[in-house]
Design a protein around this ligand. Structure first.
Ligand code: AMP
Ligand code: MN
Ligand code: MN
Ligand code: MN
Length: 283
């Protein structure tokens, strides 16, 4: 049995236009069935799935928030910013995303060429897909073709920093990512703060740097966090005068968690990211 859905917002999800498994229409269907009433689609460095997601959401009576998850580099670290309630037609945003898509494509080509030098030339097939390409797609190809037992193994042996086909990249700066989201009228959220493997002190530095650069919100609730971690992130958000967001970071149906939206509510003393945003209210 699924747990009941405590949150009616899910503000961080993926479709097959980046590294999710579902089409935008299928994702919206899963979200609606799970009781989500306000859904943000936030693919990595692309907004291509938004129009189809919006059409699906309109048909089901749920609210679709246009979003994106932007790859930035902060002090050598790969950090993710979620942009919510963006105008997907904004030129500054799309010019920035086009740059990141080029970086992704060039990196993916360099990775498969490095794999080819190790005798895995067929890995070029992993590049042929409709949306943006990430290391996860190459990892999935390596697993599907018997070169690794699971994703983590494919990263460890081939794709992670220090592995045989690792290709370093520099994404946008933190300031650029925030500026693109702001230009598009959106709200910038520092995504999944506990997933960067940072010490408590470094995490505070990252959050402070994000707030100083004009970032607006912290993702306080995401999948897999313990109640104590959520409370700690809520306190950090308040300390840095950031609003609070929540999102599952849903990518695919999994045996133990098959739906978006299975999240606890935000701590009561946080300011929800949707408070002053008319397009982020439930219908
Ligand atoms: P990319 O944005 O293409 O560099 O891909 C980054 C994504 O790959 C992350 O969001 C994770 O989902 C996944 N990832 C990164 N490092 C690892 C790892 N060591 N093991 C498994 N997955 C990883
Ligand atoms: Mn992803
Ligand atoms: Mn992310
Ligand atoms: Mn994500």
């Amino acid at each position: 049995m699924q747990e009941p859905c405590a949150a009616m917002h899910d503000l961080h999800t993926h479709t097959l236009w980046s590294d999710g498994d579902l089409s935008p229409e299928a994702l919206v269907g899963e979200a609606a069935r799970a009781g989500v009433r306000v859904l943000a689609v936030t693919d990595h460095d692309t907004t291509q799935g938004i129009a189809a997601a919006r059409a699906g959401a309109d048909a089901r009576g749920i609210v679709l928030v246009a979003g994106v998850e932007i790859s930035v580099t902060w002090q050598g670290l790969n950090v993710h910013l979620v942009g919510l309630d963006i105008d997907v037609d904004n030129a500054a945003l799309q010019t920035g995303l086009a740059r990141l898509q080029t970086i992704r494509r060039d990196r993916a080509r360099a990775i498969v060429e490095a794999l080819a030098r190790d005798g895995l030339g067929e890995a070029r097939a992993a590049l042929v897909r409709p949306g943006v390409v990430g290391r996860g797609h190459i990892a999935d190809w390596l697993v599907a073709n018997g070169h690794a037992r699971h994703r983590a193994g494919a990263f460890k042996r081939f794709l992670a920093r220090g592995a045989s086909a690792y290709v370093p990249v520099t994404w946008a700066s933190l300031e650029e990512g925030i500026a693109w989201i702001r230009a598009a009228g959106g709200c910038s959220v520092l995504a999944h703060p506990t997933r960067y493997d940072l010490s408590a002190g470094r995490l505070r530095q990252l959050i402070a740097g994000f707030a100083e650069a004009g970032g607006e919100a912290l993702e306080v609730v995401s999948t897999g966090l313990q109640a104590g971690e959520i409370a700690r992130l809520g306190r950090l958000a308040q300390h840095h005068r950031l609003k609070a967001s929540l999102g599952s970071d849903y990518h695919k149906p999994l045996p133990w968690r098959s739906e978006p939206g299975h999240l606890p509510a935000l701590p009561a003393d946080c300011v929800p990211v949707w408070r002053d945003r008319a397009r982020m209210q439930p219908a």
